[in-house]
Design a protein around this ligand. Structure first.
Ligand code: TRH
Length: 375
């Protein structure tokens, strides 16, 4: 069976991050033939080592990755067509879909949201002017949504890396990271963030040693400002008080997972890294993608309401304050200190949340299931 996934890169890496992850999982675990059409192959090349940013067609991990050109060339549509995040399919491709004896299953894969309304819309069809039907597929955190992307055996691979003595240190060494005994490790992936300096102040003044690992990206400017450094490059390492900050290269998706598994605390952003931090099962901090009229704050609160639902009141309050401070330029230093008495409790909670979510059907399996029910 053939699947086509269309991805238009809006900005950042979330659109291609999600679709590339989904494409390779559909191939590896469901034996499907998948073409991933991406309008910015350069964004794809950042996530997939060995990829060619200029190639019109290339195959990686069994996925045929195609440049989605501005001028569309006639192409036979697949049996299942996924339009990611409401990117518009090429008109000629749609016409070809409509011309087939049996039109393909057409799905719009939506952005992840914990909001309650998602359950009511997940799986609904929408009749298009040309007679085609498009279905809405919503990822989510409950049984009545499409679930989350999670590869088979992911948590076992995580536990294997964490479980064997020396494996974690060996992996960190491949990134050029020296982990000192007893040192707390934090990964930092965020947009520009006004609350960062307060957090770094608190970490530098903390009696416990901390190392913050920062893959190359948008937050680096704020880190450099806090350090008073003119700029930062991959491999740079600076110490202030009890805090070491090290700049890492932008990693492959699989190595980024390993980094999250190695850290005691992960600051993540957007959509895909946010989900990966949940599979890491460690306490985390989410920098949500900012939207007009602050609608993202409703999404943030919707997730928080689910996440802290069965957490005691005091740690829940500390966690809510930190996530809100991080997303609204608040006093992250004070919020961080207020979370510290609950470290063990938040750790256990993160592991429990991970277990709860991992008990649900994963998104790729959900899509395949949806197709089987449809035919
Ligand atoms: O890059 P993002 O900010 O993407 C965002 C969101 O998806 C947002 O919802 C969307 O509207 C916007 O893009 C257009 O954050 P996200 O979703 O975490 O995607 C980052 C991807 O990059 C993810 O697949 C993980 C990957 N990654 C690596 O592969 N290596 C790295 O070193 C890092 C830091 C990330």
């Amino acid at each position: 069976m053939n699947w086509d996934i269309f991805c238009s890169v809006v900005d950042n890496y979330g659109d291609i991050g999600v679709t590339w992850r989904l494409a390779r999982q559909l191939v590896a675990e469901h034996g499907l033939r998948v073409r991933l059409w991406v309008d910015e192959p350069a964004a794809f090349a950042r996530l997939c080592p060995g990829a060619d940013a200029r190639a019109d067609r290339q195959v990686h991990q069994g996925v045929e990755v195609r440049h989605w050109p501005a001028e569309w060339q006639p192409t036979e549509p697949a049996d299942v067509v996924i339009e990611a995040f409401a990117c518009q399919l090429p008109a000629a491709y749609r016409e070809a879909m409509a011309a087939r004896a049996r039109s393909p299953l057409w799905l719009n894969l939506e952005y992840l949201s914990a909001e309650a309304w998602v359950e009511g819309f997940h799986g609904l069809p929408s009749l298009q002017a040309d007679g085609l039907q498009k279905f809405f597929f919503f990822p989510g955190f409950t049984e009545r949504t499409g679930g989350l992307l999670r590869e088979r055996g992911l948590l076992d691979r995580r536990d294997a890396l964490r479980g064997k003595p020396g494996t974690r240190a060996d992996f960190l060494r491949t990134l050029g990271v020296q982990h000192r005994p007893g040192e707390r490790l934090i990964s930092l992936f965020a947009y520009e963030n006004a609350a960062l300096s307060g957090w770094l102040d608190a970490l530098a003044a903390d009696p416990r040693a901390t190392q913050v690992l920062v893959p190359e990206g948008r937050v680096l400017g704020d880190v450099a400002n806090w350090l008073g450094a003119g700029g930062l490059a991959v491999g740079d390492s600076h110490q202030r008080g009890n805090l070491v900050l090290q700049v890492l290269p932008f990693l492959s998706q699989d190595d980024y997972d390993r980094l999250l598994w190695c850290c005691d605390f992960n600051a993540v952003r957007g959509e895909d890294s946010f989900v990966r931090a949940q599979w890491a099962g460690q306490p985390m901090l989410w920098h949500i993608y900012q939207q007009e009229d602050d609608v993202h704050l409703e999404k943030l609160d919707a997730f928080l309401a689910r996440y802290v639902a069965d957490l005691d009141e005091a740690p829940a309050r500390a966690l809510l304050a930190a996530w809100r401070a991080w997303n609204q330029g608040g006093d992250m230093g004070a919020a961080w200190l207020a979370m510290q008495p609950f470290e063990a409790c938040l750790q256990a909670h993160a592991a429990k949340w991970c277990g709860l979510q991992a008990g649900r059907q994963d998104l790729a399996a959900g899509l395949v299931h949806f197709y089987t029910n449809w035919i």
